[in-house]
Ligand binder design. Structure first.
Ligand code: UDP
Length: 254
């Protein structure tokens, strides 16, 4: 057996060398972290759910011409992706006030924003991912003005798609985070959506009850995280209720 080369390990995922040049394998861990790792637990089955939900969303984004790094899911916890140069920004899109926006500006959670707002955070764990402006992004060379335009256009398209997708299954998209990367194809370079889109990176509220179906369940100790994520997967028609979240052993054929 060969050991795969580990390229990178983050809080929720591991990247391994892929089967061909220009590809990687993205492995979804069961680790749940919040408040920059100050809270950390292993939540059995979370990785499987995020892998499936992210696969579903990225497949649809690819189909409607929003480029992503996703190629295909390979097993319960892994997907094949295109290797990109990650832009060190968390791009947050907000439709409704919640979380850090509510805290920082004193706006009650649940207040619909006058329009969708895009924010940039610099990816640096040691600094707790500080919010930055376009000025910082261009001055420090994290992305060019043209790249910022491309990132914002992608973010708005993703927001429109996700808002409609979730509304159709009785879920309000409050906010979400994406990461973007540079994909090099010969002489050409383009910005594509990378990382994952899952209940770990979105705020999802039930449209009638406002019940939270996202990582706030974990951050705020509101109940069972896996049940909330399973509910999102069930509503999207991705997994049926009885599907196992871990590999089952051999089944006796009668
Ligand atoms: N988010 C994320 N990763 C982060 C920070 C935020 O995926 O490291 C997501 C988060 O789940 C929410 C949105 O980005 O959907 C906005 O998060 P916010 O700034 O309100 O921060 P939080 O309250 O989560 O600390």
């Amino acid at each position: 057996m060969n050991r795969r080369r580990r390229i990178y390990e983050g809080k929720g995922k591991i990247l391994y060398e892929g089967p061909e040049p220009g590809t990687l394998i993205q492995f979804f861990k069961d680790d749940a972290t919040a408040f920059n790792k100050k809270k950390h637990d292993v939540v059995d089955g979370k990785g499987v759910l995020n892998n499936r939900i992210s696969e579903y969303i990225f497949t649809h984004l690819n189909r409607i011409g929003i480029p992503t790094h996703f190629i295909r899911r390979v097993n319960m916890r892994e997907q094949l992706i295109k290797e990109v140069e990650i832009i060190p920004l968390e791009v947050v899109v907000r439709n409704v006030a919640a979380g850090s926006l509510s805290k920082r500006l004193g706006i009650e959670e649940g207040t619909v924003l006058p329009r969708s707002i895009i924010e940039f955070y610099y990816k640096a764990d040691a600094l707790d991912d500080p919010m930055v402006s376009e000025e910082h992004v261009t001055a420090f060379g994290w992305a060019s003005p043209q790249e910022i335009d491309d990132i914002m256009a992608l973010a708005i398209r993703v927001n429109d798609f996700l808002t409609g997708l979730f509304l159709g299954v009785g879920i309000q998209l409050i906010d979400f985070k994406i990461e973007c990367g540079r994909l090099f194809e010969g002489e050409m370079m383009r910005i594509i959506v990378a990382d994952e889109i899952s209940p770990d990176s979105c705020r999802l509220w039930d449209t009638t009850t406002n019940e939270k179906l996202d990582k706030d369940v974990y951050r705020r100790d509101l109940g069972n995280l896996v049940e909330a994520y399973q509910e999102v997967a069930r509503r999207l028609g991705i997994m049926n209720e009885n599907e196992p979240l871990r590999p089952t052993g051999p089944v006796l054929v009668k």
